[in-house]
Design a protein around this ligand. Structure first.
Ligand SMILES: Nc1ncnc2c1ncn2[C@@H]1O[C@H](COP(=O)(O)OP(=O)(O)OP(=O)(O)O)[C@@H](O)[C@H]1O
Ligand SMILES: N[C@@H](CCO)C(=O)O
Length: 313
């Protein structure tokens, strides 16, 4: 397919959910899609790339060909052997806070890949299209936890295919009463910085304990939420990153001392609390610059909200 494949006036709008990764012990593997959405409208036409950004990151993200959503759309077209169109307008509405541990970069990557695919295919919700989005997004992120949740929605467990390469994801059915609460500070922490705080090795006991709790987490998320408190304990990443998000860890310590199933959301600094009821929070628990979000779980992942093509008559 060449550049002529894109008809001027063709437009798609894609919506993609935020996500919380790790949930404690599921480092780089487990994700939960959240009911907070970024929306991207892409329209073919003109001679230039025009990017308009509204909401989170509007003053920070580049609006040229360095924009993550555009770069991800180009990744999709290159993968399909298609020359990117010359003139495109992207209107981005960002509801997902950036660098807080709510998977904004994975959502942007999934949105861009989905826009790229939706501009050349009628449907992107078949198994093969979703697997393609999952593979390319997980490759781009370097780990699948956030990306898979944004692609598929719900509760996701993902792993690398050791023989053939690529990534796989399963979506165990969630216990219907589980509700996530997010405590989101004003402070930001980039995933790159948070990953730099981790060492290359962990002790056998840390690995064994975390593996056991990750297995228990699946029981807690799917059948028996009463085990979520022990199931959200981690020994691999949270303590190692404590200096990077000290306030979040202090809050986590307070919540866990009360028996709440609290974990750092993704690479932080937001704190996730899981349970069948919202946790009891007091004004003294955190400063007034923190936001409390109860977004619900996004049970479906990325989707095309609308599509229009110019009339050929
Ligand atoms: N909608 C978007 N459009 C363009 N760039 C984005 C968008 N969302 C995120 N980004 C880029 O990704 C960066 C944040 O990515 P980062 O991986 O550090 O945090 P996160 O994805 O929000 O958190 P985590 O991976 O811990 O869940 C932003 O600073 C911005 O550069
Ligand atoms: N598993 C990742 C999630 C953030 O992208 C981490 O904790 O670094």
């Amino acid at each position: 397919m060449d550049r002529q494949s894109f008809s001027p006036g063709t437009s798609v709008t894609v919506e993609v959910p935020a996500s919380s990764a790790n949930l404690g012990p599921g480092f780089d593997s487990i994700g939960l899609a959240l009911g907070i959405y970024d929306t991207v409208e892409a329209t073919i036409g003109g001679d230039d790339l025009v990017i308009n950004v509204d909401g989170h990151g509007a003053d920070d993200v580049p609006t040229d060909d360095g924009h993550l959503i555009w770069q991800s759309a180009v990744t999709m077209w290159r993968h399909l052997g298609i020359e990117p169109p010359q003139g495109v307008t992207l209107n981005c509405r960002n509801e997902i806070p950036h660098a807080r541990g709510l998977g904004s970069s994975a959502a942007a990557i999934v949105a861009g890949l989905a826009v790229g695919l939706a501009l050349v295919r009628d449907h992107i919700d078949d198994d093969a299209s979703l697997a393609l989005l999952n593979n390319l997004a997980s490759d781009a992120e370097g780990h699948p936890d956030n990306a898979s949740a944004s692609v598929y929605g719900g509760f996701t467990i993902s792993w690398a295919d050791d023989q053939r390469g690529g990534w796989h994801t399963v979506r165990p059915p969630l216990h219907p009463q589980i509700t996530p609460t997010l405590l989101v500070p004003h402070a930001t922490l980039s995933t790159d910085k948070a990953r730099a705080a981790l060492g290359d090795t962990v002790t056998l006991s840390a690995a064994a304990s975390t593996a056991g709790r990750a297995a228990l987490l699946v029981e807690g998320m799917t059948r028996d939420p009463s085990v979520l408190y022990p199931a959200t304990r981690d020994w691999l990443h949270q303590e190692a990153r404590r200096p990077s998000y000290a306030q979040s860890m202090s809050l986590l310590d307070v919540l866990r001392s009360r028996g709440e199933a609290a974990a750092i959301s993704g690479a932080g600094p937001a704190v996730l609390v899981l349970g069948t009821q919202a946790p009891a929070l007091t004004a003294e628990d955190f400063g007034d610059t923190w936001q409390v979000l109860r977004p619900g779980i996004a049970t479906t992942g990325v989707r095309v909200v609308s599509r229009s093509a110019p009339s050929t008559v």
